[in-house]
Write a protein that binds this ligand. Structure first.
Ligand code: GTP
Ligand code: SPV
Ligand code: MN
Length: 593
């Protein structure tokens, strides 16, 4: 009997560069069969059937969750692994002090040795995909070779995957080569290696998220940031959203928050009752590619086509648009599985199930001491399902960005919102960002670390030169975006969040868009411009007082002195590469304090 996958897919493509590379990889990894993905509907059905047959996916309750599937990853493989992530440039200096560096030839031969024979008995999938809308000057083509059907099905949702990508490639030789081998999924043999000068990625030993969906963090951010610096554009860990006022005025903003710090929620926000006549449109929830346009403004595209979002905390109150988006055609990874074939996680609308299987497949009850869903459990859902999807997401030229927002997860020190005095000060705010670590990466959670522009794990070259690139971008723009800093996560003495967050973040966004249009008042402080209580719309925020606002916006001089010392630690590591403007901004801040 023929293998269930053989009748589908293209048999091959004629592009000589692609063919040669696939043949080389097949000779090395020795798969039983090669499957060329075409992105068709028949292929989708066949791939899901094969994934279910091999036990990688389990169909969920198709009446309640049509087109939805369930996946459990290896329990040792539940997040990005920064310590196993390498930038393989000819010199260590190019990767810079914040990246792990490896010599390219040595790393390549180590990983190819691990890959040798690793696909015996398995299928090698050839996955062609586009990052960005076809026709966009920023669009980039990628081909991922993987032996994971889970990766194929996720790439199908997250990117524009299929035969259309070959058509876009034509005879061009410019495409990203991504090789992914599951191996035995052992942490000792887990490496995510980037070769920027070759537009190439090799990832082995993991099956999870940003480690293996190579278009996302590897191509769109690490290699994207490298290409952007060489070509005069920016690849950023940013959501993109549009704010539409009751009069139909549209303002687009991009916001960089570190992993699991609120990008998806902010990008899909539903404004509260007070802002009933306002509308938020989602362009992207994780990655922005931005380039100055002929009119001197900065234009952004979302290179992705889906959302790989954090499940815990997602519910009809915090993120109704996400709940609608994941009601169909979604892959759930490492959430809890209920007996009725639906899913649950901490912070779900439904109460904890009386019994279910936890993310490891163990019986779970509300009395269990462990979480039912992993803290970094995720949904993979097509952006087409999002009721708030901006029409511009399909456009080749992208959207003009009026505001850039930086934000971290900070229990103390950092006010709810402030505005940079100018671009260079804005770059300083991004460069000095701090945030508490989250479950999105393996390692300790809740420790404040510097995460410049939310790019610490994703900048594909020397971070000092990245700051220089940010400063240089100013000269390419006649109308640079205004820059802001936010913190939804400040806590009071009782340990509770001072700010309700989620939809109420609309109030902050309103001040930001008004500032961009020169309409809202602000007060100058040591940190930047801040709203006065009178400039900040709190109507309809139950029982929210001026005292609470003051606590949210408070600047404590002692805390800020400590903060500057922490910022100095990063600046010292980068010292020889740090633009002098950053030192200058630091001195100005110290003087103002
Ligand atoms: P990545 O996909 O890892 O890049 O994360 P992200 O930045 O998209 O974060 P996401 O929106 O998924 O939010 C992560 C967690 O933060 C979720 O558990 C949310 O419930 C929580 N969160 C998001 N926005 C807010 C907010 O405004 N206030 C509070 N308190 N929590 C929030
Ligand atoms: C992040 O960690 O910032 C994510 C999830 O968006 S992953 O795709 O795993 O990188
Ligand atoms: Mn992210």
């Amino acid at each position: 009997m023929a293998h269930p996958l053989t009748p589908f897919g293209l048999q091959s493509v004629s592009h000589p560069g692609v063919r040669r590379w696939v043949e080389e990889v097949a000779a090395l990894t020795q798969p039983d069969r090669i499957f060329w993905c075409d992105g068709s509907e028949a292929e989708r059905v066949a791939l899901y059937a094969a994934a279910v047959a091999e036990g990688t996916l389990r169909p969920l309750n198709q009446e309640r969750l049509p087109g939805c599937y369930y996946h459990r990853s290896n329990p040792n493989d539940v997040a990005r692994v920064e310590q196993c992530t390498f930038i393989c440039t000819p010199t260590e200096e190019e990767a810079g002090p914040t990246n792990n560096w490896a010599e390219p030839a040595a790393m390549r031969s180590k990983l190819l040795a691990l890959a040798r024979g690793s696909m015996q008995g398995r299928t090698l999938f050839v996955v062609p995909y586009l990052m960005g809308p076809p026709g966009s000057p920023l669009m980039h083509m990628g081909v991922e070779l993987t032996d994971s059907i889970y990766v194929v099905l996720n790439m199908r949702i997250m990117t524009r995957m299929g035969a259309g990508a070959w058509a876009e490639l034509g005879e061009s030789t410019r495409f990203n080569r991504g090789l992914h081998c599951l191996l035995d999924c052992h942490p000792d043999r887990r490496f995510i290696a980037h070769f920027p000068q070759d537009d190439e990625i090799i990832s082995v030993g993991s099956g999870y998220g940003g480690n293996v969906l190579l278009g996302k963090k590897c191509l769109a951010l690490r290699l994207g940031s490298w290409m952007g610096r060489n070509e005069g554009w920016m690849a950023e860990h940013m959501l993109i959203l549009g704010v539409e006022s009751p009069t139909g005025e549209r303002t687009f903003v991009a916001a960089a928050f570190p992993s699991a710090c609120g990008k998806t929620n902010f990008a899909m926000m539903v404004p509260p009752d007070r802002f009933r006549d306002w509308k938020i449109w989602t362009v992207g929830d994780d990655i922005a590619w931005m380039k100055p346009g002929a009119d001197g403004r900065l234009y952004a595209i979302n290179p992705e086509a889906g959302y790989f979002g954090v499940a815990p905390g997602t519910n009809a109150k915090t993120n109704p648009n996400a709940m609608a988006t994941i009601s169909r055609d979604t892959i759930f990874t490492n959430v809890a599985l209920k007996p009725d074939g639906t899913v649950w996680w901490e912070g779900h609308d439904d109460p904890p199930p009386a019994e279910c299987l936890d993310w490891r497949g163990q019986p779970w009850t509300p009395a269990s001491p462990e979480r039912a869903a992993h803290a970094n459990s995720r949904f993979t859902a097509p952006m087409a399902n999002n009721p708030a999807l901006a029409a511009e997401v399909h456009g080749a030229q992208g959207v003009p960005i009026d505001a850039i927002i930086f934000g971290g997860r900070r229990a103390s020190t950092v006010p709810l919102v402030f505005q940079a005095f100018n671009w260079s000060h804005g770059v300083f705010l991004g460069a000095t960002m701090g945030s508490e670590t989250t479950a999105a990466a393996a390692g300790a959670v809740g420790q404040v670390r510097r995460d410049p522009m939310a790019m610490l794990p994703f900048c594909g070259y020397n971070m000092g030169r990245y700051f220089r690139h940010w400063l240089d971008m100013r000269k390419r723009m006649k109308f640079p975006p205004r820059v802001f800093h936010v913190n939804w996560f400040r806590k009071g003495a009782d340990g509770r969040f001072l700010w309700p967050g989620f939809g109420e973040n609309m109030r902050v966004l309103k001040w930001i868009t008004d500032r961009c249009r020169g309409r809202a008042g602000g007060q100058e402080t040591a940190l930047g411009w801040v709203p006065c209580f009178e400039d900040f719309d709190t109507a309809g925020l139950d029982g929210f007082t001026r005292a609470q606002f003051d606590e949210l916006q408070a600047m404590n001089a002692d805390e800020w002195r400590r903060e500057i010392l922490q910022q100095d630690e990063l600046f010292m590591r980068l010292y020889q590469f740090l633009p002098k403007e950053m030192i200058f901004q630091r001195e100005l801040l110290v003087a103002r304090l």
